[in-house]
Design a protein around this ligand. Structure first.
Ligand code: SF4
Length: 394
């Protein structure tokens, strides 16, 4: 992980000094603040505009609602394809579908490697296999395909690519997340480098699962958000691909008769997930300003030591700890590492939208003490103070 992140940190630290990045940062801060303040209005607009564009839209209040909606579409399939999505990870989509007998094929290289390793969980939003060394990966691939493979990145890539493409040919449904959603235009933006989202989103039915926190007002705002996300996530100004999806595929080239599903999907379905986000907005909504770049975690000293043990599902580091309290409640927040954080504030220094994660964690610790959800060491200190008047008295 350290090796993976060192170059990333160096590239990012150079580019974020650029005047254009600083201006973009200010713009995105305002965009995100507007979204949080006007969430109900944006939801209303996006539903109307998606429907106008022929995109089906489902509002899911909880994880279960999103999973039920999803299953009603995929229930007759034996295999579906998927690209990286934190929201899918949040609702446990892959586990849910696999339990129902639907095979889920991850198409992102890192995610596919992690999926083939029963002992692994993704370790970074854009580098899910960053915690694995070449030797580990070779072992995973050899076990899965029962072959000897050279410890070379290209050889690994070729084997996974060939296998995923064969499986993709059997899939009718592709599931992706979204990096930003434009309410006024009824459009979704996805960002990727591998080209896998192009393949997944071109299957017969494309399902997009996305949190309401990804909503912004216009398509120009959405592009600004994903551009800043790319800069802070990768240290590059643009990703290889930025797709805008505003409709299913259609043609009217024969006597102006409208036909759906030319080369792309016949149906596009967007599942918009709340799952505690409106609750987070009631409490100020600062954690929802996040654009998901992961810059905070590559700087975090705790994450750099213990990796994905610090955080909640795909939401890693202190930011994940904060989100978990709204998604899953106080006990889950405690279990995600509420008291693991050092409160050093390095995450805040490197956050493009200025989220003060360390302060949010401090406030949550306060709530947690009120609820008596505290670590054993603190309990014994509390008991000694109560009984003996001092934490030092035995
Ligand atoms: S909290 Fe800030 S630095 Fe961390 S992922 Fe979100 S936007 Fe990026």
């Amino acid at each position: 992980m350290n090796r993976s992140f060192r170059t990333l940190r160096e590239r990012r630290d150079k580019i974020i000094e650029d005047e254009r990045t600083i201006q973009l940062q200010e713009r995105v801060k305002n965009i995100r603040a507007y979204s949080i303040k006007n969430m109900d209005l944006l939801i209303e607009k996006v539903v109307k505009n998606f429907e106008k564009n022929g995109v089906e839209v489902i509002l899911a209040e909880k994880s279960e609602d999103a999973l039920d909606a999803l299953y009603s579409i995929v229930k007759d399939e034996s295999i579906i394809a998927k690209s990286k999505s934190n929201t899918a990870g949040e609702i446990g989509l892959s586990e849910f579908l696999e339990d129902k007998g639907v095979q889920v094929v991850e198409t992102d290289l890192g995610d596919r490697i992690v999926q083939l390793d029963p002992d692994s969980n993704p370790s970074h939003p854009i580098g899910p296999a960053s915690h694995l060394r070449m030797d580990d990966i070779v072992k995973i691939i050899s076990n899965e395909f029962n072959i000897d493979i050279k410890p070379e990145p290209r050889a690994i890539l070729d084997i996974i690519k060939q296998d995923v493409l064969l499986k993709l040919a059997k899939c009718n449904i592709g599931i992706t997340g979204a990096n930003s959603v434009a309410a006024d235009d009824g459009s979704v933006i996805t960002v990727h480098n591998e080209g896998n989202i192009n393949l997944v989103s071109m299957l017969d039915i494309h399902i997009i699962i996305v949190g309401i926190d990804k909503l912004v007002e216009t398509i120009e705002d959405a592009v600004s958000v994903v551009k800043l996300e790319t800069i802070f996530a990768s240290g590059k100004t643009v990703p290889a691909y930025m797709n805008v999806i505003s409709s299913h595929s259609k043609t009217a080239d024969i006597e102006k008769i409208l036909l759906d599903g030319m080369y792309g999907p016949r149906r596009v379905v967007v599942i918009l997930l709340d799952n505690g986000r409106k609750q987070a907005i009631k409490k100020g909504g600062e954690c929802l300003l996040c654009i998901g770049c992961g810059s905070c975690i590559v700087t975090c000293p705790i994450y750099n030591e213990i990796g994905n043990e610090f955080g909640y599902k795909r939401y890693l580091g202190g930011r994940g700890v904060v989100l978990s309290s709204f998604i899953d409640g106080n006990q889950s927040c405690f279990d995600s590492g509420l008291f693991t954080c050092t409160l050093c504030g390095l995450c805040t220094n490197k956050c493009p939208v200025g989220i003060k994660t360390n302060n949010l964690i401090k406030n949550l610790r306060n709530d947690s003490v009120d609820l008596n959800i505290i670590i054993d060491e603190h309990k014994s200190i509390k008991d000694r103070i109560k009984k003996k008047g001092s934490p030092f008295k035995q």
